[in-house]
Ligand binder design. Structure first.
Ligand code: NAP
Ligand code: MG
Length: 476
């Protein structure tokens, strides 16, 4: 084992204000009636800043500003002009990538290695990609002159705060819509930093509005009658409520909800490579990933060998300070999420599965959960059925490919899946039968703005990214 010296990224590159207002019509505004909340660093429980809980009246102000910007400026601007703004935003994100990565890790708890090497490059890539579409929409396959919709209401979760913002805002603006976005209550800071970037890019006022708050602000936003498009990423439960509230209106809706992905390892798979893929599948971002490979389906003949290799690998993962460049596993985003992970893990033990974690020192302060493996998991166990959204892997076994497919599909979700085998024909045979929006073969958790992402069944509907993702923001 290597000894590692601490390698912390400097906090000096970020400039966090003590208190934030709302970003409406290109200005920072105070809420007349809104309460204040604090956002904390989940690795230390230190308060980072105060932000505003936007009221119904604030949401109305933001939607009105977005509508005015839509009518007078943005929907009339030629696509090639809109593209210039998106390219400018993408370049500013690249220039400020280090600062944004540190800010994301501070507010969310994810390791700097991930915010720096995964989140931020993808955020910039989403703006570059959609900048490229802005003047080519007539070639996207949605008719000769596709029109935008109007104001898009966008509500995002806390697991990839800035990346989810990019997935939402980039296609909306490229297609000529204006936006009111609500970040999650525990991670508002990078969305507020993005508001500054909009000003830096000279984006016309009102094209992007950021309203912070909790569930009530989100509800007011999606229910606002001035909204023409709702895009939501989060839990299936809230997604259901939103679908009900939008039913019978003219609003167009896309939902990106939870998952319980199967990661299938056949006996002929390259084992070391599969172990890396399993680790990336469930321990990336502390398992706070909707498409996480949270159910490992391993062929019975290699179960012992694979689990031995996996345990050896898990023992090398380093948990701790998210700003340390050697950290693999950061902090759990909130006390509430930690409680949920603990509850489901205890249920796993009570229902008879066997729990294992490597010996792993846990810091005194902050919210932490060690990488955890459950073996002897039955399909009826809660840890095999419910989304844990934490660094917890449930291991099941299978004997034949048909059994693997049946078990993989035995879930109300359908967001993603993985297949590990040396045989191309087996990859195709399996992928054909898996009911999941994304199937990764001999890899996992790979994202690209050109590739559509989205689910089946309780994982939601609609696609984000790629040509397909444009449809959600066009009147087609
Ligand atoms: P959530 O409660 O669905 O929250 C997602 C977003 O919706 C947040 O901005 C939230 O605000 C907002 N919201 C809450 N209630 C709302 C309502 N009635 N109307 C409109 N917006 C509302 O999800 P979460 O609390 O972040 O996490 C809960 C579970 O959701 C997780 O444990 C996981 O199972 C799932 N999840 C899935 C994804 C995914 O990418 N598919 C991402 C995150 C979470 P506040 O955060 O301010 O309350
Ligand atoms: Mg926070």
């Amino acid at each position: 084992m290597f000894e590692y010296a601490p390698a912390p990224e400097s906090r000096d590159v970020v400039d966090i204000r003590p208190s934030y207002g709302l970003f409406v019509n290109g200005e920072w505004v105070d809420s007349p009636g809104g309460e204040r909340e604090k956002t904390v660093n989940p690795a230390s429980e230190e308060v980072l800043a105060e932000f505003t809980m936007a009221t119904d009246a604030d949401v109305d102000r933001a939607v009105t500003a977005a509508r005015a910007a839509y009518d007078t400026v943005w929907s009339r601007m030629p696509g090639r002009e809109r593209a210039k703004y998106l390219f400018r935003i993408a370049r500013i994100i690249q220039e400020r990538a280090r600062e944004l990565a540190v800010l994301e890790s501070l507010d969310n708890g994810k390791p700097i290695r991930e915010s720096r090497d995964v989140d931020l490059p993808l955020v910039a890539a989403h703006f570059f990609y959609h900048a490229g579409w802005a003047d080519k929409l007539e070639y996207a396959g949605f008719g000769p002159a596709p029109r935008p919709l109007g104001v898009a209401a966008q509500v995002i979760p806390w697991n990839f705060p800035l990346l989810m913002l990019a997935w939402k805002i980039a296609p909306a603006l490229a297609c000529g819509n204006t936006v009111v976005l609500k970040p999650a209550e525990t991670t508002p800071l990078t969305a507020l930093a993005f508001a500054e970037i909009c000003r830096q890019a000279d984006l016309p006022p009102g094209v992007v509005n950021i309203v912070t708050g909790a569930g009530a602000t989100g509800r007011a936003l999606v229910e606002h009658p001035g909204v023409r498009k709702v895009a939501f990423t989060g839990s299936t439960e809230v997604g259901r409520q939103i679908a009900r509230s939008v039913a019978g209106t003219r609003k167009k809706l896309t939902l990106e909800l939870g998952g319980k992905a199967a990661n299938i390892v056949y006996e002929d798979a390259a084992l070391d490579q599969a172990v890396e893929g399993i680790v990336n599948g469930i321990f990336f971002n502390q398992g706070h990933v909707c498409c996480a490979g949270s159910r490992l389906l391993v062929q019975e003949s290699i179960e012992g060998e694979l689990l031995d290799a996996l345990k050896r690998r898990l023992a090398t993962l380093r948990l701790g300070d998210p700003l340390d460049k050697n950290t693999d596993i950061g902090a759990i985003n909130s006390a509430a999420q930690l409680a949920k992970i603990r509850e489901l893990s205890e249920a796993g033990e009570q229902e008879g599965a066997e729990r294992w974690s490597p010996s792993c020192p846990i810091p005194d302060k902050g919210y932490w959960f060690p990488p955890t493996l459950f073996t002897g998991v039955a399909q009826s166990h809660r840890i095999a059925r419910e989304e844990i959204f934490g660094p917890v892997l449930s291991v099941l076994t299978f004997r034949t490919p048909a059994e693997a497919v049946e078990k993989a599909n035995n879930t109300p979700f359908g967001l993603s899946a993985g297949v590990w085998t040396e045989k191309g024909s087996r990859i195709l045979w399996t992928a054909d039968r898996l009911r999941a929006g994304v199937v990764w073969a001999n890899t996992f958790n790979r994202f690209d703005p050109t590739s559509p992402f989205g689910g089946y069944r309780e994982s939601g509907y609609g696609r984000e990214g790629g040509r397909h993702g444009l449809e959600a923001y066009l009147d087609v």
